[in-house]
Design a protein around this ligand. Structure first.
Ligand code: FAD
Length: 297
């Protein structure tokens, strides 16, 4: 092996004091499906120690707590996909986690690793973003651990770069329980032989008025559509201002998303122009699905 020590702490305190002990020469690992490949492929120098967070008590739990669905950072995509609370309150997240890799990957890969790896197209991240999720960042202050909630988007610094400091880790994620007349959906376009990241992924959540016509809340997440996971805020504003969430409103919102998204050509996946078209294709699938679910709720 390329590292000298492999630790399996049972608490966040223990994990962060180990990180502190190695003074920047240790790395957190969960499922290892991003990190170990990165080390093997030479994209990431091998750290002296790996700190496996999957044995930490509570980090693998999903609970409802005070109006939030709280998901531990070490919960796997398979566990999220199958969880009744997530399926009911956050369909977009259940759907986005259900397409990550294949069953072997989903059984070990975690939502914490998906977010911490900070790729703008990461499926679980896009699902969380549309649900207005928050991330719990835990910090070792030299004496004890302090954990605080912050908006999910605040954790991303750029492609593959998060804003976590050397004395920090992700403890959990949370998103609000489903409001009345609201729902969400996710879909993506993947190359048939693709394994890791989609050409484009889109998640949306809408909350409707009592008549089921107007939007009183709307969020749209698209990836990759910029250096960090992207919220189509201009489309969201259009949906909120529309007298009815009909085809016309959806088409105007799509045009705004196409204007605002920073799409690029990637050698292995798709051209910028193709992605531009796929923004429309996916929003035409995802928005009506979220609206229909909200009307039926
Ligand atoms: C074959 C294959 C297919 C894949 N398909 C997809 C796909 O379809 N969609 C997709 O989005 N991804 C895909 N991935 C990428 C990967 O599986 C996911 O991003 C996964 O969620 C990473 O989680 P992990 O637990 O394995 O992370 P790890 O590899 O263990 O860690 C990844 C990074 O996160 C950090 N980290 C992990 N947990 C924490 C924490 N609690 N706090 C702070 N930092 C932390 C690690 O230090 C590391 O930098 C695929 C990967 C493979 C190998």
């Amino acid at each position: 092996m390329r590292w000298q020590a492999y630790h399996t702490p049972e608490s966040i305190d223990e994990a962060l004091s180990l990180l502190n002990h190695y003074a920047g020469n240790a790395q957190i690992v969960a499922g290892g499906t991003d990190l170990i490949l990165d080390v093997q492929q030479g994209n990431h120098a091998a750290p002296a120690a790996l700190i496996d967070v999957t044995a930490i008590r509570g980090l693998d739990c999903i609970v409802e707590d005070g109006g939030w669905i709280v998901i531990g950072a070490a919960v796997t995509h398979a566990a999220i996909e199958a969880n009744p609370l997530v399926r009911h309150h956050g369909a977009a997240l259940a759907e986005s986690c259900s397409v990550v890799g294949g069953p072997q990957v989903r059984n070990v890969a975690t939502i914490g690793g998906n977010v911490a790896h900070a790729l703008p197209a990461a499926d679980g991240t896009i699902g969380l973003l549309a649900l207005n999720a928050e991330v719990q960042v835990c910090t070792w202050n030299g004496v004890a651990v302090e954990c605080a909630w912050q908006p999910l988007l605040s954790i991303f610094a750029g492609p593959g770069k998060n804003r976590l400091a050397a004395n920090q880790m992700i403890g959990a994620f949370r998103f609000p329980v489903r409001a009345p007349h609201s729902s969400s959906a996710f879909d993506r376009i993947m190359r048939p032989q693709g394994v890791a990241l989609p050409i484009l992924g889109v998640a949306a959540q809408v909350q409707l008025d009592e008549m089921g016509r107007r939007a009183v809340a709307a969020s749209i997440a698209i990836g990759p559509a910029g250096p960090i996971p992207f919220r189509a805020t201009e489309s969201e504003a259009i949906l909120l201002a529309a007298p009815s969430l009909d085809e016309v409103a959806i088409e105007v919102a799509i045009a705004a998303a196409q204007r605002q998204a920073e799409l690029r050509t990637s050698k292995h996946r798709a051209s910028k122009e193709y992605r531009h078209e796929m923004v429309a294709v996916l929003l035409r699938r995802v928005l009506p699905k979220a609206i229909a679910r909200a009307q039926a709720a």
